[in-house]
Design a protein around this ligand. Structure first.
Ligand code: 13P
Ligand code: SF4
Length: 366
């Protein structure tokens, strides 16, 4: 029987993590197969242990598209729950346990600024003829819809170079947003020189570029970045290599170019986990990505004598991912079990249709 009104969050705010954890287990028992919990690798340990399925952004998109559950509870950030809503069936419901769990990088581009960029580019060339817009999945649904509408596509950290191939097979240039670092690294992997990858500053007229720079560009990189991955520095790798010459370094492609360049491997969160797990026993790793993932991985591979070190000297967690805590997850699940839908993420129909086009192009191309 549904309760008369949704359960208020206040009553959950004061629960200890253990108490909230026990509520999560009990609510999951009541919901059974009606709810699936998808969890990104950056989630804190006391959320991650409740996950049915884990992954990087690409894997989680595919899992959301394949899920049969009535409720897709997304322990990640806002754009991930939007993708789950877009790719799932209309009757399925995507839930984000805390609506404040956004992605600060995704917020560095918005539709008004990207549309202005497109208009300004059209003073130099015809963008719909010559430029493919490519949005990193870390972006709002309306930007994915913009790409869908303008012959563009979505990419993730695990398929960006392949998506560039798709884009260049159609038009000669790419507008890549919001992460300049993923765009630059992927362009570099495809042999594009730095001079052909200028940065578009959305706060300056014509992005701060000259018409000649735009004409010469292969990839126009949006001036966006991830605050968490900006913490990693090439000097941290130099110090590690000096101390452990046999050690290996792996980084996420959101890291600055100089960090990726000095790394033995660069890849998505799923790739980082796989590469470290598949490495020979006794390997020592320096890892440049979010701390929750690194700490969990270090514990998991410790029995094989592998040592996993965090790249930065200071703590750098994704504070927005951290907002999904046991209290919010317990509150959501209890409400779902009591017949109340809270924190649903619903992308408007017209946006969802175009965004889905850009996402499906990606899923087919990767
Ligand atoms: P992945 O797709 O590699 O999991 O990356 C998502 C993300 O936001 C990294 O900061
Ligand atoms: Fe966004 Fe950076 Fe957090 Fe990834 S780590 S979700 S890019 S803020």
């Amino acid at each position: 029987m549904p309760t008369a009104a949704p359960l208020p969050f206040d009553a959950y705010n004061t629960l200890s993590d253990e108490e909230a954890g026990a509520r999560i287990v009990e609510a999951r028992r009541r919901l059974g197969a009606r709810a699936v919990i998808l969890c990104h690798h950056y989630q804190r340990a006391d959320i991650y242990r409740h996950a049915d399925l884990t992954g990087d952004s690409l894997k989680l998109s595919r899992l959301a598209a394949q899920s049969d559950a009535e409720f897709i509870v997304f322990c990640g950030v806002h754009f991930m729950a939007e993708v789950a809503d877009i790719l799932s069936r209309p009757e399925q419901i995507a839930i984000l346990p805390d609506l404040a769990a956004g992605c600060s990088m995704a917020d560095m581009a918005n539709l008004a600024k990207v549309e202005r960029c497109w208009r300004e580019l059209s003073t130099v060339l015809d963008p719909d003829e010559r430029v493919t817009p490519v949005t990193y999945i870390n972006s709002a649904a309306d930007l994915k819809a913009f790409c869908g509408e303008h012959g563009g596509i979505v990419c993730t950290s695990s398929n960006a170079p392949k998506i560039l191939d798709w884009a260049f097979a159609r038009r000669e240039k790419v507008l890549f947003f919001p992460d300049q670092h993923l765009g630059r690294w992927s362009g570099h992997l495809r042999g594009i020189p730095f001079e052909a990858m200028p940065v578009w500053n959305p706060d300056l007229p014509l992005g701060g570029l000259t018409p000649e720079q735009i004409e010469r560009a292969r990839i126009i990189l949006w001036h966006g970045y991830c605050n968490v991955h900006q913490m990693f520095q090439p000097a941290q790798i130099d110090r590690f290599r000096a101390q452990y010459p046999e050690g290996k370094v792996i980084s996420h492609p959101e890291c600055r170019f100089e960090v990726c360049e000095k790394s033995d491997a660069v890849g998505s969160t799923e790739t980082i986990i796989r590469v470290v797990k598949e490495s020979p026993p006794g390997t020592r790793w320096l890892v440049g990505t979010e701390l929750n993932l690194v700490e969990r991985l270090a514990e998991e591979v410790k029995p094989e004598g592998k040592i996993v070190q965090f790249m930065a000297g200071t703590i750098c967690m994704c504070s927005t991912m951290q907002r999904i805590d046991p209290q919010h997850l317990a509150w959501c699940l209890d409400n779902l079990a009591a017949g109340h839908i809270v924190n649903q993420i619903k992308v408007p129909e017209h946006e969802a249709r175009l965004a889905k086009l850009a996402l499906e192009r990606m899923l087919t191309a990767s």
